[in-house]
Design a protein around this ligand. Structure first.
Ligand code: MSP
Length: 513
């Protein structure tokens, strides 16, 4: 059953403010992949956390009259509460203010300095504090940050530099030899162009503020927050300490899932650091699109932030997870609209998914005493339905492996639609009235319920609260062996099981919006 290890990460979020629905998207997507891999029997390690240092956090704390540590503690508590509400199954939550992280970040810095990959020099450059990024004059657009368009500050100081330029050729060679390393391909091309445009050495220390991890051999400097942050993927595994079992078991990462804005850090700086340390590179850096709202990117200053806590309270976690995962095609941006959430909830979840079970159990209780019969000979549309069910698990697994989660949900949705159509074609409500058609009635019901078992197992990673509500209705609560990915072989549904129809799984929302 064991299929090897699978290490997946989310970015670690800045606790400068509460999280919005865009952040929730990244974490829900990573959680779904982690859960799917566990379902398939992989030994999964799923990491998330908080990126707590840097000038931005320090300023945010001071503006509220708080000490940075007290400020981040409060916000990180709200992150954890959100992840609990969204049923995020992380295996570890790393905070960059934890001693276990600081030790590793300092070790990495020290080692790179000792071997000459970090050196001391003078720096003059433009700094964008919201993005925590240095720019050269040439990179600025109209004198502003090329990423976010906000003003930058001129900074000149003594600092430590990472020899990024020395790794440009090796990076290019790696990216060219491993087409899957950066996905999707549009992001890969951006990174390739960026490297071909020339890489400059990177200033990796700061002296103008103190909220950071001290450079181990020069405590007037703190480590640049992106170097600090990227090492979380190693520190959470105990790398470089005498408790490095996780590191030995899980490194290299299989997937770093990140938003498109931070692909460059993960696909240039991070692999260069790893090369310098002689460590294997992550298998994939996957950059997803943004969830946009009217007026573009969500931001506090625009006042267009969508609060996930409110949405969950209003629609429930399953609807919110489903919507996020179904709405954004792989790698592309998506437009957030509450009316689309309601539409999806009504059509996909209430009409298609919920009704399929409700209709089937209703006829079975009415004409078959609620007991699943032995299926007989196949006829009519049976084979087509069964064939689709049989290919769906592998198809969904392949799409999840490619991080194509909206497409994976669409594939499950196709099976649900086919089964609804099958009910219309076979009309068990008529068969049930005819004593001579008992066997046909049993076959039709069996086929639909077996499809529903497949669908329930496959949807579990996307909506973890769904299967526990379905199993008792299908009479399969005490059959955990039929809840696994490997059990998705046609015909495993045991006849003679008694079903228990419950309330509709997803009530329709009428006139809510
Ligand atoms: N702290 C850094 C990451 C360090 S990882 C070593 C950071 N933090 S962040 O909180 O600003 O953003 C975290 C993630 O949220 C990024 O991947 C970003 O793309 C994602 N998103 C922020 N807004 C988003 C949307 N509106 N839509 C989708 N994802 C969004 O960057």
């Amino acid at each position: 059953m064991a299929r090897g290890k699978f290490y997946i990460t989310t970015p670690i979020y800045y606790p400068s403010d509460r999280l919005h629905i865009g952040h929730a998207y990244t974490t829900v997507a990573a959680d779904t992949v982690a859960r799917f891999k566990r379902l398939q029997g992989y030994d999964v390690f799923f990491l998330t956390g908080a990126d707590e240092h840097g000038q931005k956090i320090e300023r945010a704390a001071r503006s509220k009259g708080k000490e940075p540590q007290a400020y981040v503690d409060e916000i990180v508590a709200s992150f954890k509460e959100l992840w609990r509400l969204l049923q995020i199954s992380y295996d570890d939550f790393i905070r960059t203010t934890e001693p276990r992280h600081k030790v590793v970040a300092q070790k990495v810095f020290q080692r790179l300095y000792d071997q000459g990959d970090i050196y001391r020099s003078t720096y003059q450059g433009w700094y964008c504090t919201p993005c925590e990024t240095f720019w050269t004059a040439r990179q600025l657009v109209d004198g502003k940050c090329p990423d976010c368009g906000r003003p930058v500050e001129l900074i000149e100081e003594e600092g430590y530099f990472f020899r990024l330029s020395a790794y440009a050729e090796r990076l290019l060679a790696h990216i060219e030899a491993h087409p899957e390393f950066i996905q999707p391909v549009a992001r890969r091309n951006e990174v390739l162009n960026f490297i071909r445009g020339g890489l400059e050495d990177l200033c990796v220390s700061r002296t103008t503020f103190s909220w950071g991890i001290p450079v181990p051999f020069d405590s007037r400097h703190v480590i640049y927050v992106w170097i600090d942050a990227l090492t979380n993927y190693l520190s959470a595994l105990g790398y470089g300490t005498d408790r490095d079992e996780r590191f030995r078991r899980y490194w290299p990462a299989d997937v770093h899932l990140v938003g498109k804005d931070i692909v460059r850090f993960h696909a240039i700086i991070w692999p260069a650091l790893l090369m310098a340390m002689g460590l294997p590179l992550p298998h994939r850096v996957v950059g997803h699109g943004w969830l946009l709202v009217e007026g573009g990117k969500m931001s506090k200053s625009k006042g267009n932030v969508i609060d996930p806590y409110d949405l969950i309270a209003k629609y429930g976690v399953e609807a919110v997870r489903y919507y996020l995962l179904r709405e954004l095609p792989f790698g592309a941006d998506g437009q957030y609209e509450e009316s689309n959430l309601v539409r999806r909830l009504n059509s996909d979840l209430a009409n298609d998914l919920g009704n399929l079970l409700y209709r089937t159990l209703t006829v079975l209780e009415k004409y078959g005493e609620g007991v699943v019969g032995e299926p007989g000979a196949l006829e009519g549309p049976d084979e087509e339905l069964i064939a689709l069910a049989q290919v769906t698990p592998a198809r969904v697994a392949e799409l999840v492996e490619q991080l194509q989660l909206a497409e994976a949900l669409a594939a499950i949705g196709q099976l649900v639609s086919r089964a609804n159509k099958y009910l219309d074609e076979t009309a068990p409500w008529s068969l049930g009235k005819n004593p001579e058609r008992k066997e046909r009635f049993a076959t039709v019901i069996y086929n639909v319920l077996e499809v529903y078992r497949f669908v329930t197992v496959l949807l579990g990673p996307f909506m973890p609260g769904f299967p526990p509500r379905v199993w008792p209705q299908l009479g399969l609560d005490s059959h955990p062996e039929l809840h696994t990915f490997d059990s998705l072989r046609w015909g495993a549904f045991p006849p003679a099981v008694r079903v228990v129809k419950g309330e509709p799984l997803f009530p329709r929302l009428e006139g809510e919006i």
